[in-house]
Design a protein around this ligand. Structure first.
Ligand code: NAD
Length: 343
């Protein structure tokens, strides 16, 4: 994949399409970012086929079908997805089902643009899978497009990204190069997020956060995720909890659970986070400083939901550095639910 990076780089989008041999791109975005979608279409000039501002969480199949029909009607030869994981997920679904190449312009730190993972929701059921065909042919990171991301969402999205790096460090298919990327990504984001909270339009911090997010997305695409992602997937699917805030709350708790079985991860995160001996506690404190939510309770979960989630997570086996027991997971979720320190 080709990755273009830099403030103002969105202005070169038309040249980027030309370089790739595309003549007409259908811009995909969420309704909330329609004006950004129109800005992208303006940057594309005559290479813009139109704007479809219908991207939603979990990629409904009917929206993907509409995007395909619109692309065909307008004679588009690629999609240009601008936005977070939802807009990029829509572009991936169109690439998967209808073969239209995707150019991604990410505006959050979720990292989907760097992974071959797709999702599609049909009749209330979300299917997911990995397929290299959904990888964008080009990704354009312009930090100026993240200036509008509200501070709260910037923080939770950044912590969501750090979760990819953390789980890449102890992944069953971890590799030295991905671990270096994960460590560097954690350092970059942990340094950038406080600056963004202090000054939301600090372009240097925004650039650094997006650099970290690029690395985190690459880590996510290159490795198999463990308990943290599995748990957040269950919480999002069964209880409809919001994606990035759920990751932000859960991460310190899963890390505390896994730290005893992952000494190299602890060492890497310690280097990335200024020498702390307890990265889980450090991330929990960081979340407090950044004003992030710290309990599942405040995200709308009730305590009586805990057994259902424990059951769901234990039903499908997956790799994790520490064995996941019913008792351990219940304790973890109780602490995350009421916002206790991770232990
Ligand atoms: P999102 O894409 O749902 O965006 C949330 C909201 O923020 C939307 O309304 C969006 O328009 C708005 N927004 C985004 N960028 C903005 C900006 N710069 N300024 C103002 N508003 C902005 O949220 P997300 O957290 O980026 O993505 C979550 C989704 O992505 C989930 O469905 C998740 O499963 C998926 N995801 C997939 C992968 C993968 O590898 N397939 C990876 C990460 C996330």
């Amino acid at each position: 994949m080709r990755v273009v990076f830099g403030a103002g780089s969105v202005k070169s989008l038309s040249t980027e399409l030309e370089r790739l041999g595309f003549t007409r791109g259908l811009v995909l975005c969420s309704p909330e970012q329609k004006s950004t979608g129109e800005q992208i279409a303006a940057a594309l000039g005559t290479r813009a086929a139109g704007v479809l501002a219908e991207a939603r969480m979990h990629v409904p199949a009917e929206v993907a079908a509409r995007a395909r029909d619109r692309a065909a009607a307008l004679g588009a030869d690629c999609c240009v997805a601008v936005g977070g994981g939802s807009a990029i997920g829509l572009g991936k679904a169109v690439a998967l089902e209808h073969g239209l190449p995707l150019v991604a312009v990410p505006t959050t730190y979720a990292g989907s643009e760097m992974t071959p993972v797709w999702g599609l929701t049909e009749n209330g059921r979300k299917r997911t899978g990995r397929d290299p065909r959904v990888l964008p042919v080009s990704v354009l990171y312009d930090p100026e497009l993240t200036l509008s991301l509200p501070t709260g969402m910037s923080v939770t999205s950044g912590l969501n990204a750090i979760a990819h790096a953390v789980e890449a460090l102890y992944a069953p298919d971890a590799s030295p190069i991905v671990s270096l990327m994960a460590e560097e990504a954690t350092r970059a984001l942990a340094e950038a997020l406080p600056s963004i909270v202090h000054t939301a339009d600090d372009l240097t911090a925004r650039s650094q956060a997006q650099y970290g997010a690029w690395l985190c997305g690459s880590c996510l695409g290159a490795t198999t995720m463990s308990l943290h992602h599995k748990l957040c997937h269950s919480l999002g699917g069964a209880l409809n909890l919001p994606h990035a805030p759920t990751h932000a709350v859960v991460l310190p708790h899963v890390l505390a659970y896994n730290q005893p079985g992952a000494p190299q991860t602890v060492a890497a995160l310690s280097r990335a986070l200024g020498g702390t001996s307890d990265p889980a506690r450090h991330l929990w404190e960081l979340a407090r400083q950044l004003g992030a939510p710290r309990s599942l309770h405040e995200l709308g979960m009730t305590e009586t939901d805990i057994p259902q989630i424990v059951h769901e997570v234990l039903t499908n086996p997956y790799s994790n550095p520490v064995e996941v027991s019913e008792q351990g997971l219940t304790r973890l979720l109780k602490a995350a639910w009421c916002g206790q320190p991770p232990h």
